[in-house]
Design a protein around this ligand. Sequence first.
Ligand code: HEM
Length: 313
Amino acid sequence: MELVKDAQIAKAIILSPDFETYSMANRYRELSRRTEMDFSAAVKLLEHLPVFIGGENHQRIRKVMAKQISRTKESQLAAVHQSLGDLFQHCFRPAAKIDLVADFAQPLWRSVSASIVPRDDKILDLVDEIPGLFSPILSIRERAKINEKIAAFLQSNFGAEDEDERLILLCLASLGARPFVGTLSLSLYEIFRSHPNLPMCEMSWPEAFPSSSLTYVDRMCQATTDYTDLKLETGDRVRCVTQSPSYSVDENRRALFGFGVHTCLGKSISERVWSLVTHRLSKSDLRGECVGIEMSPHDDPFKMPIKIEIRLH
Ligand code: HEM
């Protein structure tokens, strides 16, 4: 696999018609053949995840997702306002210790995802577990468990009568889970860490997320191509780094939600949440002290915090 660590080349590859998305469904077909285990529910789901598909199927699924995002926009926002109100009332008090992942970003995410898929704990848990399928090191047993849960979901008729539509909604919410929770909590951590000893009302709050839990996207080369030092052949897998400390603030910001036909469909709600969160925090005279951060060792392609503790003074 080729690693592209240049912001301009990474963007050019993501936008180029000579590159396609990586097929995760084919990986599970192969795994099925190798292990003689049934991963057909996972394969079906992965064929509906727009980051792993292309062409007309991608366009069709993306359209249904965009419609659902716009149809549920008002209820997503109302849920976020409600959830933020509760969180600020209960968590943000002097001497409180908060886990920015479990006590803050995760409940906010639940309020958004419950507006996209039916408000049912089993489905919302599945939404959060599905990204585990993308990890290169998850055990086969864990993959099989997720496959079983997807199969059970397919047999239910939650949310929509039509299986295809039900799967699309599940995929939409699943693609938001880790980027939303990780990016929000890592960004807040980054700000508290870089402003020690300052009350929140005196900190400078950036307009965009300063940190992201999704730092690269993969593409497959479809034709021999040449980018100065980099020669690529048909079938080569390329990892395009989109977020890096070596890029400028502007380059990181522009690439945060991807480029072109696969640009993130959750961009608008995520940006809105960031501006609501930072607006409320910037009114507080509390000070956040970073106590510790624990990162997950196996959440590829996501850089996920398990726990981020801050103490308020
Ligand atoms: C701050 C939070 C988020 C970040 C940083 C983020 C980042 C990204 C990036 C970089 C991509 C492009 C992937 C690629 O080109 O292969 C993407 C795609 C996508 N995101 Fe997000 N995302 C976030 C939140 C969300 C949320 C909340 C949702 C759903 C409600 C969502 C749904 C999607 C979907 C459906 C796609 C696939 C689009 C396509 O392939 O056509 N994202 N996201």
